[in-house]
Design a protein around this ligand. Sequence first.
Ligand SMILES: [Zn+2]
Ligand SMILES: [Zn+2]
Length: 279
Amino acid sequence: MGDARAVTDHVIQLYRNVPATRSGVCRICHTGPNNRYDTGEPYCICSSCERTMGGLYRPTTHVVPISLAVQDGDDNGLFKIVVSKANARAAPSWMTPHTLMAATLSRFYEAHEACLTGLAGGPFTLVTSIPTTRRNQPVEAFHPLIRVINDVSALKDLHKPQLLLANDEYVPRLYDRYSHPDAFHVMGAQKEDQVLRGERVLLVDDWFISGAHVQSAASKLFEHGAEEVVALVIIRVIDPSPSRPNRMAIWQEASAEPFDFDRCCIRDRQDHAKHVSNL
Ligand SMILES: [Zn+2]
Ligand SMILES: [Zn+2]
């Protein structure tokens, strides 16, 4: 953990706080909703989540991004590090994307284990990740995230790598940001086998745009009997363009304040301090 703190502190300016759910902040993806669907009511779901959560066996309502990030723009290198696996600008040469991702997961999990297990209804019994899918290419057998999770001491003992495998035929659909209940399958399980009965699963992914991957994967875990699925994603990628004033406001707010690893989107800072002191 000492290492995780030192690594993440080195590039702390790259992270952006993820807002807790409130009026105008989708309770699933913690950004959105766009103007059309934003009724101003608290706890609404954005149009994008409404779409990716529809038509599945069962989506998860627990998505926890660690940081917001934008795809374009020079003020945040996290997208490049997590998605392109490029080295952080202004980071020392020993800080590889792998090191940074492992440190980010490690520090966040340590600070918010109680928040995450609270969502799961108890301690996690299984940790897995979503396999890499590439359009028009064979599915990669080895996802870099598998090595990252193996370097997080709090997660590695529960880690079941390659539990989920992608079904090639649905990869283009995922890339068009549509979910599908059969986009993934659980290794070795026939349809409706309850091989995950009673499992509380921490589903780790590196980045989240529409949630098509996360929700399709969560649905398959539930279909095989998982009791609860909590998705922990390193970055929630948002597009804060002027045509999306809601997201623009969320991004500007996040960029105007220092990032705090002791804060999470499950609880706001005040609630968090109270919750932790009550444990
Ligand atoms: Zn949403
Ligand atoms: Zn927390």
